[in-house]
Write a protein that binds this ligand. Structure first.
Ligand SMILES: O=c1ccn([C@@H]2O[C@H](COP(=O)(O)O)[C@@H](O)[C@H]2O)c(=O)[nH]1
Length: 232
């Protein structure tokens, strides 16, 4: 199963983003715009990056009452975005409202349900009153998202094999928590794998931010990961 790279463009300014996008144009297909860039520059920046030829994953992780999330999806629908996130922990009704709004405003948009953040481990789940392992919670939320109409999930690559055994084969599994060493350390990501391991496990897409953005040559780091995926 092919696995593509999504660059998480988590930088403070558009000036910092510009040379990276310029150098990767034509080589990288997907760019993820998240809370940092969207809160700074808003919908116009989404249009601008899409206009450069990139496919846009808008990672806003919506989580609110069903009506509010549905209305937010309606407002976002006309944007040139191909993926949009919401938190599955918002519940089945919230996801159904989001799905209905997406079908109405942007039928080709893939809604992705975030299961358990890759920065959360068993202790982190326990801290918020969830007494099961990350894998069990991901399986539970993944099933809820699927019966609520979502066709894609965000999870750690560590849970991909488990989800592939239980969910429809067409489910798109998008996995952040990618570290080229394959090991967590030094930052907030806890449930991690290397790019090649994540691809072999069955990820549809991997999401990589800091390992590319903090490299001496970000464009070269992105190209190295693309090559690693091609060889996986
Ligand atoms: O569970 C999740 C969901 C989303 N993310 C996002 O992915 C990138 C990862 O960035 P790195 O710098 O490679 O850690 C970031 O934008 C997160 O908001 C995630 O990490 N985990």
């Amino acid at each position: 199963m092919p696995c593509d790279l999504i660059l998480a463009l988590d930088v403070p300014t558009r000036e910092e983003a510009a040379p990276i996008l310029r150098q990767l144009r034509g080589q990288l297909r997907w760019v993820k715009l998240g809370l940092q860039m969207f809160t700074a520059y808003g919908p116009n920046y989404v249009r601008e990056v899409a206009g450069m030829g990139f496919d846009i994953f808008l990672d806003l992780k919506l989580h609110d009452i069903p009506n509010t999330v549905g209305k937010a999806v309606e407002s976002l629908g006309p944007l040139p975005i191909k993926m949009l996130t919401l938190h599955t922990s918002g519940g089945g009704e919230m996801m159904r409202f989001a799905k209905a709004a997406q079908e109405k405003t942007n039928p080709n948009l893939l809604l992705l349900g975030v299961t358990v953040l890759t920065s959360t481990d068993a202790a982190g789940l326990n801290e918020i009153g969830v007494g099961v392992s990350p894998a069990e919670q991901v399986a539970r939320l993944g099933k809820l998202a699927t019966v609520s109409g979502l066709r894609g999930l965000v999870c750690s690559p560590l849970e991909v094999e488990l989800l592939r055994r239980t969910l429809p084969a067409s489910t798109q599994l998008v996995t952040p928590g990618i570290r080229p060493s394959g090991e967590a350390g030094g930052d907030d990501q806890k449930r991690v794998m290397s790019p090649a391991e994540a691809a072999r496990a069955g990820s549809s897409y991997i999401v990589v931010g800091r390992p590319i953005l903090k490299a001496a040559d970000p464009a070269a780091a992105a190209r190295a990961i693309l090559a690693e995926l091609n060889g996986a």
